[in-house]
Ligand binder design. Sequence first.
Ligand SMILES: [Zn+2]
Length: 331
Amino acid sequence: MKYKYIDLHLHLDGAITPKIAKKLIKLQNLKYTKNRFKLKKLIVAPKNCKNLNDFLKCFELPCDLLQTKEAIKTAVILLLKNLKKQNVIYSEIRFAPQKHTLKGLSQEQAVLAALEGLKEANKNEEIKSNLILCLMRGKNNEKENFETVELAEKYLVKENGITAIDLAGAEGLYKTEKFEKFFKKANEYNIPFTIHAGEADNYKSVLTAVNFKAVRIGHGIKAAENEETLKILKEKNICLEICPTSNIITNAFNKEKGYPFKLLYSYGIKLTVNTDDPAIENTDIAKEFKYLKKNFNLTKKDILGLLNNAIDFAFTGKEQKEKLKYIFKEF
Ligand SMILES: [Zn+2]
């Protein structure tokens, strides 16, 4: 039986496959190789990255290819087309507008281009995918992060558009606690948000994100290190967007102890399964479920439970959720 899927944690720049890259190169008449094999070498991360730099390097080409309105719009359309082929019927694509301003676009132009792509791809779909705007961890980008929050406020909708914000980037270098002011503002504006936390940094980062009132946490697997954190996540009904392959590649967990799926799952933490950067990690949502099924003996009931969590915690409108519930009841 073929499953239908949902992916709530998926980065646009991490989803530029060699095939999409080739199209973007042609579209912009850029001087990169158009050889699929060479593109693959540039984009797909080594199976076990020696260090984070090895991994981050893979974002350089995709980022370069996403610096014009047409390229961003096209990339969103092609990505959603790919997802449809992979039976992903609802997804939330995230990107940081400030990473698309290298050739003169404003953040707002980048946002509008992505929105155009989304609307085009959603046009004939009953279930409408959405966009999440990422703020970036870093230094000297306070102005840019505030601008992203303001843009989210300006374009925020319940469905078929921008429905939330996120915080992405090097968690180990730039602690979550430093970003409180942005999420205070997001709370003032009633912008829903998720935060990457407990991926490269420890469980305290997860607790900080919870204190900011994040309703979902990107990764969050380090919560497994601390019983109190698990208790709080459960009590507050906060969902972790887990991305197994990504965590394996970036060495985000202790390999001897193993991936903490079972611990989180049996504790009763709400989990969703996601791809993070499918092109760079050479994965797709079916592979992520396959990994969990193989290593943790997931049953069909478990899989449906995880997909239902994704519906419950999706940043989309009530009607869309009801439609999704209906579809997932059917199979
Ligand atoms: Zn991510």
